[in-house]
Design a binder for this molecule. Structure first.
Ligand SMILES: Cc1cc2nc3c(=O)[nH]c(=O)nc-3n(C[C@H](O)[C@H](O)[C@H](O)COP(=O)(O)O)c2cc1C
Length: 201
């Protein structure tokens, strides 16, 4: 096949997931894929976003569910919210019924990454529970294997697990994704792209 078309679809309020999404995009391009970065629609009122100090400029256009059919792979980025995906991402998936009915995503790779404030605040449950939705859509779930050697490091506090890339924003949200975490996100982008190429080839 020619370049696998990979959609990196995310929601981000304070930019951590956005930064990881950009690193996934880099990984897709490094592996010879054609990346698109996109956001799910916002559900919070503008005044509430402003009060919460949400980021106003975010990378990529807002994507609607029907667009998913035009991609060979999907990489989903969501903040951890009570150990689960955020409502904006849940709502997007809840609008994917017609795609599910047509089997439009069956056999395509799907992968997940996340950000949380705390180190053990539910990153793994967020990624795994999001993977359940991808499985219902018929996707081939792709994680982040130990081929990404950075995952073995215990020299510093770091996200990333065999389930997917992640970052830890810290209790005040001020910590930014570290070089190690960004490496993990790029690795995940490369892996999804390579698998998309093999599955469609
Ligand atoms: C409603 C809500 C629930 C949250 N739940 C968790 C949680 O379960 N564990 C955790 O460590 N952080 C939690 N957080 C913090 C977010 O994960 C954090 O703001 C996010 O990772 C930042 O990503 P972003 O910069 O891309 O928006 C929660 C935040 C909100 C607003």
């Amino acid at each position: 096949m020619s370049e696998p078309r990979v959609l990196v679809l995310y929601y981000s309020m304070y930019g951590h997931v956005e930064t990881l999404a950009k690193a996934v995009v880099e990984g897709v391009a490094e592996a010879g894929g054609a990346p698109t970065i996109g956001r799910v629609p916002e559900l919070m009122p503008a005044e509430m976003l402003e009060k919460s100090g949400a980021k106003t400029e975010l990378a990529g256009d807002v994507i609607e569910p029907e667009a998913l059919a035009g991609f060979d792979a999907l990489v989903v980025g969501t903040p951890t919210r009570f150990g689960n995906m955020c409502a904006q991402m849940r709502n997007f998936f809840d609008r994917c019924g017609p795609l599910w009915q047509k089997g439009a995503l069956e056999g395509k790779p799907g992968s997940v990454f996340t950000s949380s404030n705390t180190q053990h605040g539910g990153q793994e449950t967020t990624i795994i529970s999001t993977q359940i939705t991808l499985l219902h859509l018929g996707m081939v779930v792709v994680g982040l294997p130990y081929g990404y050697q950075g995952m073995m490091s215990v020299d510093e506090v770091a996200g990333c697990s065999p389930y997917g890339a992640s970052t830890i924003a810290g209790p005040d949200g001020k910590r930014r994704p570290s070089p190690l975490e960004l490496q993990g996100a790029r690795f995940q982008g490369r892996r999804v792209t390579k698998i998309a190429g093999r599955l469609s080839g």
